[in-house]
Design a protein around this ligand. Structure first.
Ligand SMILES: Nc1ncnc2c1ncn2[C@@H]1O[C@H](COP(=O)(O)OP(=O)(O)O)[C@@H](O)[C@H]1O
Ligand SMILES: [Mg+2]
Length: 227
């Protein structure tokens, strides 16, 4: 698994309070969960993994490359899936959207078509290939967003609350798809049961990493913060 290293990371936006404060942690497990209240710094933390946010102080490295100067290289390795699939769907049709992510891999046309049809089949989207993406249901859109990232074969997939906008059946569908992924997964979620069986769970509170443990212990620490 890729090695993700945060070293003494502190970050503020503008002149607000610190959004992350003195975070040092190394991550290499296969399944890592991130939990904490709204505004605790979870999204900022995970956005730093692929250089969407570069820390003001401290460093974030992926396999030794710093996000401060190797973001392009790192983004080939680290895929990112947002809460709201609309923020990620960029092309008119489903198939075009999946193909879009592959552009930078400069594959031959046949390879692109093969990969696109393969991933659409995996995610049950084959019938929707030529549909305008904006006509999909919320659950279908999240599957499409996931497909469009997974098709690029990242080594790490960061998912920032991918099930928050979904109903129960779509949440379960996304959960099953995440379980199938043979790569490192970093999952931010308020759906704490999704973290059953995870290797490690980090708890954020007020920009600080306040617990780093097995799922049961970490979830208990989070519940204790809330009560
Ligand atoms: N781009 C930004 N500009 C200004 N403030 C931001 C920005 N992104 C996040 N914040 C602030 O940083 C804090 C932590 O946000 P975030 O990392 O999104 O937390 P979480 O994902 O845990 O809800 C919040 O107070 C939020 O308003
Ligand atoms: Mg967030």
């Amino acid at each position: 698994m890729p090695l993700i290293e945060f070293a003494e990371v502190t970050h503020t936006f503008g002149d607000g309070p610190a959004v992350l404060e003195d975070v040092s942690v190394s991550l290499q497990e296969r399944r890592i969960g991130i939990i904490g209240g709204n505004g605790s710094g979870k999204s900022t933390f995970v956005r730093m993994i692929n250089g969407l946010v570069v820390p003001e102080t401290g460093t974030v490295k992926v396999d030794g490359d710093s996000t401060a100067n190797q973001a392009r290289r790192i983004r080939r390795k680290v895929g990112f899936c947002f809460t709201n699939p609309d923020s990620q769907i960029v092309m008119p049709t489903v198939a075009e959207d999946v193909a879009f992510g592959l552009r930078r891999l400069r594959l031959a046309k046949n390879d692109v078509q093969q990969r696109v049809s393969g991933i659409l089949a995996t995610y049950g989207l084959t019938e929707l290939a030529d549909r305008p993406a904006h006509t999909l249901s919320g659950g279908q859109k999240q599957l499409l967003a996931l497909a469009s990232v997974v098709v690029t074969e990242p080594e790490v997939l960061v998912l920032d609350e991918p099930t928050t906008l979904l109903d129960l059946s779509n949440e379960q569908r996304i959960r099953r798809e995440i379980e199938q992924l043979d790569l490192q997964v970093i999952l931010v979620t308020h759906h704490l049961h999704l973290l059953d069986g995870f290797d490690r769970v980090l708890v954020f509170h007020g920009g600080r990493l306040v617990a780093d443990d097995h799922p049961d212990e970490a979830r208990a620490a989070y519940r204790k913060l809330v009560t």
